[in-house]
Design a binder for this molecule. Structure first.
Ligand code: SF4
Ligand code: FE2
Length: 627
């Protein structure tokens, strides 16, 4: 439970935790309080090394006796740690993307549950891979594309990844010049792990070149492939209405929450939940139906494409269960806290793990098999449905339910702003050039327990007031949805000129672009803006900036690094680099000279917003569009 819940600003979380049903539930909020969040100084400043067995070594910058036993300096150690974080984050997106490619190949063969839905997009992507599309069956194109996409992971020659050619010519040339154009998706992670092994690369600048290449293999490789192939299979998102927050759970239905990242499972569950056999079973157990609700990025995937409600983001995964109203939480990979199994013990709820990579004590494992997706999904649903009868006392905060409009793929933004007959980014560019929209801010990534729950909202309200259009993904988008900023009515929070644009188009001032892998959509949208002309000739010229204020996972650092290496400034709330002076300066200033962008660090929400606004205005000055 929570005594007073003073640190929790989220209304639905407060409501649940103050109920009797949640009184024995321990959450991360309790653990933060108990631990006081004072972390190890060496760890949080990036200078703890345990890369070999002469250590672990705790390094103090500038103190001779506090080098590593091997002589490693604070800069080397912090850079190695940072680079490994990028590698781990990229690996997560990479493994996710690989599963999507394999699922796509099954779909192409016509063997699995899923089909090719977006043929236009299929042909566009096929062209990037040099695949002939004229006078060929969709199935053949898709199969060739699937195989070529899979080959990108294990590619061993030194040619760049196929999708890099989507970047601006200037950016591609820069990557070539710096020697950081990624070659094989798996290869870059492996090389990063090798170079950070004891006694290999001991020069922070050189380490960061490979960190950039690794991150780029994620953004312009793994993540972009995942997004594109997922769209081709499940449909490219278009704007649709939906609801978010804990109030989406239903008293009289079987509530099944889907938590994790890979949409293959979630899509199969959505299809299976409409199966008459499953509905019949639910009725037999006394339920009126089957209510699927998302958590975290899986939630975003099915929200974007199907309008399935999202119950909560990362920080609410325990709270969703503390309602006592969930029959099963079905999880796959990434961002699933081990504590959910502990919370579930208080209730009839089962945690069902579905991916051989990710099991947990207290969870029930039902392997999801893509080649028999429907059967697997039914097996999982059957288990959940049978729990309904065991449901005891529960509490669903009914009033906390927020309307959202979601589904802003870069294709949608194109047609929405450009109109049906003239789909292009021209109107967006024109609005930026004439100053009605000052610039574009991407607010992405996780939420965590370090800053208040309303951090995203605070930042975004400030940006909107200053006429900056906001793009959102991941759990950041979920929290903005809960705050009421993902619907057209939120235009009233904008400065006059942005409000006018939003009202004319009928769009929300914050555009939900999808899950964390969908940050690749932002790369494409930004490149498209450059291509339209009038805003410089590379992403680094755009009045645009990104932030992941409440980052918690390593994936967020990989995303930050691929944004920076693509020329986009980012602001993070903190990074474990403060114990290494030169390296810190390099990340927060020095990178600018090389890639045209760098990291920024600010701890307070309004400070983050201020930096974003300043950087956007500075780009406008440089472009000569500030009258
Ligand atoms: Fe210490 Fe060097 Fe080993 Fe790291 S690699 S633990 S700094 S001796
Ligand atoms: Fe995510």
């Amino acid at each position: 439970g929570c005594e007073g819940c003073t640190d929790i600003t989220c209304v639905s979380t407060q409501q649940v935790l103050s109920q009797d049903v949640a009184k024995n539930v321990k959450t991360a909020y309790d653990r933060v309080k108990a631990r006081g969040m004072s972390a190890c100084l060496f760890g949080s400043s990036g200078t703890c090394c345990r890369n070999c067995n002469m250590g672990p070594c705790q390094i103090i910058d500038g103190v001779d006796d506090m080098l590593g036993i091997c002589g490693a300096t604070a800069d080397t150690v912090a850079a190695r740690n940072f680079a490994r974080t990028v590698a781990a984050g990229s690996a997560a997106h990479t493994d996710h993307a690989r599963e999507m490619v394999k699922g796509f190949i099954e779909a192409a063969k016509g063997e699995g549950l899923h089909q090719i839905k977006d043929v236009d997009k299929l042909k566009k992507l096929a062209a990037d891979f040099g695949i002939v599309t004229e006078e060929r069956e969709v199935k053949d194109i898709a199969l060739e594309l699937g195989e070529k996409a899979l080959a990108e992971f294990g590619k061993q020659d030194d040619a760049p990844l196929s999708m890099l050619k989507r970047a601006t010519p200037k950016r591609q040339a820069l990557w070539q010049k710096l020697g950081i154009a990624p070659r094989g998706i798996d290869r870059e992670v492996v090389e990063m792990m090798h170079r950070t092994h004891m006694g290999v690369d001991q020069e922070y600048h050189n380490l960061m070149l490979q960190a950039s290449r690794t991150a780029l293999s994620d953004g312009w490789g793994a993540s972009m492939l995942s997004t594109e192939l997922t769209d081709i299979m499940f449909g490219t998102p278009v704007p649709r209405r939906a609801i978010v927050d804990l109030g989406v759970l239903k008293l009289d239905q079987v509530n099944i929450t889907v938590h994790g990242h890979e949409p293959l499972l979630a899509e199969a569950l959505c299809i299976a939940a409409q199966d008459p056999e499953m509905l019949e079973l639910a009725k037999k157990q006394g339920a009126k139906g089957i209510n699927l609700a998302g958590v975290c990025c899986t939630g975003n995937e099915i929200l974007m494409r199907r309008g399935i409600p999202v119950a909560g983001g990362f920080v609410q995964q325990e709270i969703v269960l503390a309602t006592g109203a969930v029959e099963a939480m079905v999880v796959d990979v990434q961002c699933v806290m081990q504590s959910v199994a502990e919370v579930a013990k208080n209730f009839h709820t089962d945690i069902i793990t579905t991916n051989y990579r990710a099991k947990m004590p207290g969870g029930i494992h039902i392997q999801f098999e893509e080649h028999e997706a429907l059967n697997s999904a039914k097996q999982i649903l059957t288990h959940a449905i049978k729990n309904f009868k065991k449901r005891g006392k529960c509490f669903i905060p009914k009033e906390t339910k927020m309307d959202v409009v979601v589904g802003f793929s870069h294709e949608t933004i194109n047609t929405m702003l450009g109109g049906r007959f003239r789909a292009s980014y021209r109107p967006l560019n024109d609005n930026i050039i004439n100053g009605r929209i000052r610039g574009v801010a991407a607010i992405v990534g996780c939420d965590n327990f370090k800053l208040a729950d309303d951090t995203h909202e605070t930042i975004v309200r400030e940006l909107l007031k200053n006429n900056i259009l906001v793009l959102a993904t991941g759990c950041a988008a979920t929290s903005l949805g809960k705050a009421g900023l993902l619907n057209p009515e939120a235009a009233r929070f904008c400065g006059d000129s942005l409000r006018e644009v939003c009202e004319t188009v009928g769009m929300p001032p914050v555009l939900h672009m999808g899950s964390c892998v969908d940050n690749s959509r932002i790369l494409i949208a930004a490149t498209e803006m450059v291509r339209q002309g009038g805003l410089g000739d590379d992403i680094s010229d755009l009045p645009a900036i990104g932030t992941a204020p409440l980052w918690m996972s390593e994936k967020a650092v990989a995303i930050g690094q691929y944004f920076v290496a693509s020329g986009a400034q980012v602001v993070f709330q903190n990074l474990p680099i403060s114990g290494a002076k030169n390296f810190n300066k390099y990340l927060t200033e020095g990178l600018m000279g090389e890639v045209g962008a760098h990291w920024n660090i600010a701890s307070e929400p309004l400070e983050i917003a201020r930096i974003m606004i300043e950087k956007i205005e500075a780009k406008r000055d440089a472009l000569g569009i500030n009258k």
